[in-house]
Every structure is written in C-alpha cells, then in structure tokens.
Design a protein around this ligand. Sequence first.
Ligand code: NDP
Length: 220
Amino acid sequence: TMPPLELTLVVAATRNMGIGRNGTLPWTGLKKEMAYFARVTKRLPSVLLVQNQPSNSSHPAMNAVIMGRKTWDSIPPKFRPLKGRLNIVISRSHADPPSKDVNPETEAVKVGSLEQAIQYLQSGSAVVQTGKVFVIGGAQIYAAALRLTETRRVLLTRVMTEFECDTFFPLQLSEEDGAGGQWVRKSKDELDSWTGETVPEGIQEENQIQYEFQMWERAE
Ligand code: NDP
C-alpha cells in the first residue's frame, strides 16, 4: 500500500514570523543558510516516499519543491528552476491539467492549486519518481498548506535579527507560547535524522545576522 504523501514546509522567519519584503527576502547574505536549504531539499530519502511510478521506471528520482507564483518570480531567472528538484508553481492562471511532458531540468510544472500539485505527484503522471515533497513559500501557499492534514512538519530557520517585513508566515512557532500545543519543536537528533545531515546546532551567524535551524512537527 502507498504511504500517504507528506508535506514539509521550509521557511526562514524572524521572531514575529516575518518572511518577505517587497517581493523578496528581507535579508541578504545568508549563504550557508541558502546552501542548507539547497542540500536538504535535494537530498533523496533512502526510500522513495511517493510510489507514483513503478520502481523500474526510467523517470529520474527527485524531491519536489512546491511554490507560489510570486516566490517563483522572486528567484533570479538564471537560478530557476531550482536545480536537482522538480519545481511546481501554483497560479490561478494555470487552469489546465499540468503538462505531461515538462523537462524538470529546464522548466517548472504549472498547476492551479496546491491540491492539484498533490494530485499530480500522486497520480502516476509525474515526470519524476518523487522523494520528499517540500512547500517553499510564500505566505499564501504556506497558508494553504497549513490547512491540509498532509502537512506534518516545518523546517524553520529562526532569524534572530529583526528585519522590517511585509509578508509573514501564517503560524506563530515559538517555544514561549507553545504554538497552541498543536506544534512541537523536535530535537537536534530528530532534525539530523530527518534531513540526513549533521545540522549545525545553536545560534549561527553570517553577515552579522543570527539564526538557528529548527524542526517543528504537528502533534497528532
Ligand atoms: P506566494 O509566493 O505565496 O505566491 C502567491 C501567488 O500564488 C498568488 O498571486 C497566485 O498566483 C498563487 N496562489 C495563491 N493562492 C492560490 C490558490 N488558492 N490557487 C491558485 N493559485 C494561488 O506569494 P506571497 O506574496 O505570499 O509570498 C512572497 C513573499 O514571500 C516574497 O517576499 C518572498 O521573497 C517571500 N518568501 C520568503 C521565504 C522565506 O523562507 N523567508 C520563502 C518563500 C518566499 P497568481 O497571482 O499568478 O494567480
């Protein structure tokens, strides 16, 4: 039987959950943080989680990154699609069923909703054998994902330095208010094990900005 598809949100947010400003990130120069994002979203799980293709399929195995149209637009054209991952972009102007012959190395799969993205990955029509499935923003798409039971986990980079923001992650994750008891912060060992790497522990600093790598999971 097929395990249910699971969504992991990946976000970097300030203490009050600020994530964006003027269509871009509020900060610059977090090179190691961005490298962490790239490694974690690329690294395949040891067992492919979404059995949407026969195991002898000629399709490559890749993780998927799902994003809103504005987040796609915020990526410099020379860096998109994000390489080594199946990029899926959500827009209301993508009304038709996704094309069955996209080249994931050169283009994104276009879908009309998050539900359609999930359906595409589970349907057997995806152009890759899918590993992990990440939702990488922005605020509108995080909000849609947080309404789905498929959403189990948030990989949060907590940015400790304050920045002016106009876009916010729609859920407060902080140990102080316990996030309503619905979400719990997992240990460093659990973060390492889920990501498949030894994640630097404690407060990191780059470009005079302090941040910390965290993992949160939905309590049943
Ligand atoms: P999004 O990236 O969430 O994209 C919004 C667009 O997605 C909408 O305009 C629409 O596209 C489409 N969309 C949204 N909801 C639906 C729906 N229900 N059905 C179909 N399509 C839908 O935009 P945000 O403005 O929320 O976030 C962008 C900001 O977030 C930027 O500043 C970006 O830099 C930041 N960001 C920060 C991250 C971080 O980790 N700090 C990560 C990702 C982004 P259309 O208009 O084409 O119909």
